[in-house]
Design a protein around this ligand. Structure first.
Ligand code: NAI
Ligand code: MG
Length: 334
């Protein structure tokens, strides 16, 4: 029996979390879900964005599946997502970008993984108001933080027989900050002579990803660049509804989609749960439940290939629950 913390989140979170849980349970994996919640809905009820039981549950179970949480802009709130990553030192944000046959998108056969540094860079929340007309935002890059994320990318490349790791940076302008990250990448690369380190400046990287994404296998980059690149990458494979993610630290892991709470479609049973479900598949693999992960993946692949039951973002007219129940039926029949 595995104990897993389930944080539905807000916006579309509760809708996609409920169906994802149902699909994972259909594989008969023995998960004891401990459901706790954070976000706007909780805040309105209790005055707290993240109640203590969320932290307690994560610390106890060490593994969580999490829906998106809205970060209100300009009200002095810090992103809960960023806080959780920092608090538990979940330094490795792994975002797989993979095409599925049957999903209309700009490219086919895309298979890349973005390793985004998840605890420092421009996301440390240090913005100083110098005066009414001037603000500075601090970017922190450390040797330790950079080395461990690059190592994670190279280890992944080694395990998965990938030949090239691309580091995306702006060391030509941010000579010290990005320069340090780049130097750490070069140092780590020396330990992996069989894998090539390719260095690409971030703006060119965006252009390259749009015109020829198939040239990339494993990408490693700093926090902000990784955030932006992963939404860009999601756009290449059918949108944010298709892009999963994992936040991995030494002993705690939180699995969540790349996308946010999608307030424009929340509460309408329209959201595509695939991104969270794929995050759930990564979670099953993390637990060593590869067979069950494959069962869900097979059901998903079949469903996409058939193209009959698809959510609106993928050009279909199925609701979140119709799509999910279709998968549940398929899995139960497998
Ligand atoms: P978003 O990712 O929520 O939505 C962007 C666009 O993609 C919207 O048009 C939305 O409808 C669509 N979309 C996203 N997920 C979808 C899905 N599963 N199925 C179908 N369509 C989907 O980005 P936005 O609007 O910038 O952010 C909304 C809120 O979410 C903000 O408060 C933001 O801070 C928060 N956020 C939270 C994250 C997290 O919890 N890890 C990550 C990103 C944003
Ligand atoms: Mg993002």
């Amino acid at each position: 029996m595995y104990n897993v913390t389930l944080i539905p989140g807000d916006g579309i979170g509760p809708e996609i979390a409920a169906i994802t849980k149902k699909i994972i349970d259909a594989t008969k994996v023995k998960i004891n879900w401990e459901e706790v919640n954070a976000g706007i809905d909780v805040y309105e009820k209790t005055g707290e964005l993240v109640p203590n039981n969320v932290f307690e549950s994560i610390e106890k179970n060490k593994i969580a599946l999490k829906g998106p949480i809205t970060t209100p802009i300009g009200k002095g709130f810090r992103s809960i997502n960023v806080q959780l990553r920092k608090k538990y030192d979940l330094y490795s944000n792994v975002r797989e970008v993979k095409s599925f046959e049957g999903i209309k998108s700009r490219y086919e056969n895309i298979d890349m993984v973005i390793f985004r540094e998840n605890t420092e860079g421009l996301y440390i929340g240090k913005e100083n108001k110098i005066d009414e007309e001037t603000v500075e935002a601090i970017k922190v890059i450390t040797k330790k933080g950079s080395t461990r994320i690059v190592k994670a990318a190279f280890e992944y490349a080694k395990k998965n027989n990938k030949k090239v790791v691309t580091v995306a940076h702006k060391a030509n302008i941010l000579k010290f900050a990005d320069g340090l990250f780049l130097n750490c990448a070069r140092e780590v690369a020396k330990d992996y002579p069989e894998i090539e380190l390719k260095e690409v400046i971030i703006d060119n990287m965006c252009m390259q990803m749009v015109i020829n994404p198939n040239q990339f296998e494993v990408i490693v980059t700093m926090n902000l660049y990784g955030d932006i690149l992963s939404d860009l990458a999601a756009g290449l494979i059918g949108g944010l509804g298709m892009a999963p993610g994992a936040n991995i630290g030494e002993d705690i892991a939180i699995f969540e989609a790349v996308h946010g709470s999608a307030p424009d479609i929340a509460g309408k049973n329209l959201a595509n749960p695939t991104a969270l479900l794929l995050s759930g598949i990564s979670m099953l693999r993390y637990l060593g439940e590869n067979k069950r992960a494959d069962i869900i993946l097979t059901a998903l692949k079949e469903t996409f290939k058939e193209g009959k039951v698809l959510t609106k973002d993928l050009g279909g007219n199925a609701t979140t629950t119709e799509f999910g129940d279709y998968l549940v039926d398929k899995i139960s029949a497998l």
